[in-house]
Design a binder for this molecule. Structure first.
Ligand SMILES: [Zn+2]
Ligand SMILES: [Zn+2]
Length: 140
């Protein structure tokens, strides 16, 4: 039997749903589903972000059918659910964690939060420093 105390996931961390079905030939098909949220600063605007992820992972363990059918999370019929949960979450994470998908980020000139400043926020184009030097030249 699969089982044992390693099934436990910290319920404060995630609430996971695990479905196990037997395949023909003494194998298992496992499906893990959970929602997880992370907390940290948005990578664009630095405001607190709590993005949520819905993870749905499948794992097949079919002993004796080649390495690709042997789950790295199952050893001697013990499932390492913590490792699987961690990896499944890591694989679902986007490259950037944002407060929301269309976060406007910070103004490159003054650092204002463009989510609050609005799209009309802008600056006069900075004078090109090469032309500024020219204007200092005197022809007398
Ligand atoms: Zn943001
Ligand atoms: Zn600005």
């Amino acid at each position: 039997m699969l089982g044992g105390d390693r099934f436990d996931v910290d319920p404060e961390l995630v609430e996971a749903r695990l479905d196990i079905s037997r395949t023909t030939g003494h194998g298992y098909a496992l499906r893990l589903r959970f929602d997880a949220s992370l907390a940290g600063p948005c990578m664009r605007c630095l405001e607190p972000a709590v993005p949520e992820f819905h993870i749905d992972a499948l794992e097949i363990s079919q002993p004796g059918q080649g390495e690709e059918l042997e789950s790295p999370y199952i050893e001697h019929e013990i499932l390492d659910l913590a490792a699987w949960t961690r990896d499944a979450l890591a694989l679902s994470l986007p490259e950037k964690l944002l407060c929301r998908a269309d976060c406007a980020g910070l103004c490159a000139v003054c650092g204002a939060d463009l989510n609050q400043a609005g799209p009309e926020h802008g600056h006069e184009p900075a004078p090109d420093s090469r032309w500024a030097k020219l204007s200092e030249l005197r022809f007398d």
